[in-house]
Ligand binder design. Structure first.
Ligand code: AVJ
Length: 322
């Protein structure tokens, strides 16, 4: 019935929290409109992202994995007999398992993720795979301040692990805020092991974010399907096209969904008009130089200890100390 449909809609709208509704409205009902990248990762989006990682054009995942594979011993030495290895974001990846296989036996692994269901699943899987390792998940949105349980007296240092160049998705000012938050969490002497993507030929970058098979386009459009489901959206998926451009001045890939016609859209209880060719910003992916990233980290209280990169210098993994 209409009443049930309405009740379901209200429920759906409440399947994201109040802060997220406010954040959505603030982004979508301003100009230019934007939508938060975190909505890429529903179940379908996570599957599409895994497919992206396998694409010929998408170099970051395999390059980072090969850097980690080549230098895992040095990384594990740099981590030391840490108190905790705190991973910001999921934690089911190949890179995580590589580290868990090699780090000191007493290290506790602390995955931090916004989705507590996903976190439980990941933790269960890892406990089966690494029965002797302590695994202590924390359900939290790492883009907001959150508390780590105290590590207890006499524990070795904590190290934050932040792979995947996820740091690149944030504007440099907010990336610096996150780096400071991490610095405060681990305290003096703590560590940061972080992956970041490097500046390179714009044709290589644009191909990585606009692949021939159109998987990245599906990934981008899926964000609208997700918002239709959880935030009362009525996006018509057929009337947007995927756009990925390298912005040379700000050193970043910008992903958009471009409206193919004039249309009105409702989201989170409000309605707006999009004109033909109007672009909705869905993702930024910043590309750094090693020196530029080191400077940003230093300004947030991190001293560079070591940088590992690949032969093409496409990607970098850095170890920093606070
Ligand atoms: C997982 C956020 C690092 O920015 O390269 C891949 C996401 N977007 N293709 C990136 C993404 C389009 C990816 N990160």
């Amino acid at each position: 019935s209409a009443e049930n449909a309405e009740r379901a809609e209200v429920l759906e709208l409440h399947s994201i929290d109040r802060d997220s509704v406010i954040e959505l409205r603030r982004g979508f009902f301003s100009d230019p409109p934007s939508l938060p990248s975190k909505y890429f990762y529903d179940q379908a989006g996570s599957v599409l992202f895994d497919e992206i990682c396998e694409l010929d054009e998408y170099y970051p995942t395999r390059t980072e994995a090969s850097i980690m594979g080549a230098s895992v011993d040095a990384m594990v030495d740099a981590i030391g007999p840490a108190g905790r290895l705190i991973e910001y974001g999921s934690g089911s990846s190949l890179k995580t398992r590589l580290l868990l296989e090699h780090v000191h036996a007493d290290v506790t692994y602390v995955p931090v993720d916004i989705s507590s269901d996903y976190l439980t699943e990941v933790a269960e899987g890892l406990r089966l795979e690494f029965p002797r390792r302590r695994i202590a998940p924390i359900a939290a949105d790492f883009t907001r301040p959150f508390q780590l349980p105290s590590s207890g007296a006499g524990r070795a240092r904590d190290v934050v692990y932040f792979p995947g160049s996820t740091i690149g998705n944030f504007r440099p000012s907010f990336a610096a805020t996150l780096l400071s938050q991490m610095r405060n969490q681990v305290g003096t002497g703590g560590g940061l092991l972080i992956g970041f993507d490097l500046q390179k030929d714009s044709a290589v970058l644009e191909a990585a974010y606009d692949d021939r098979r159109g998987i990245t386009a599906l990934f981008n459009l899926n964000l609208l399907r997700h918002l239709n489901r959880v935030a009362g959206g009525d996006f018509d998926l057929d009337s947007y096209r995927h756009v990925a451009l390298y912005n040379d001045r700000d050193h970043r890939i910008e992903m958009y969904l471009e409206s193919c016609r004039e249309q009105t859209v409702t989201l989170a209880g409000h309605t707006r008009t999009l004109s033909k060719s109007h672009r909705i910003l869905t993702e930024l992916s910043h590309k750094y130089t090693i020196d530029g990233f080191t400077e940003m980290a230093a300004a947030s209280g991190w001293q560079r200890e070591q940088i590992w990169t690949d032969a093409n210098e496409y990607f970098a993994v850095g170890m920093f100390r606070s």
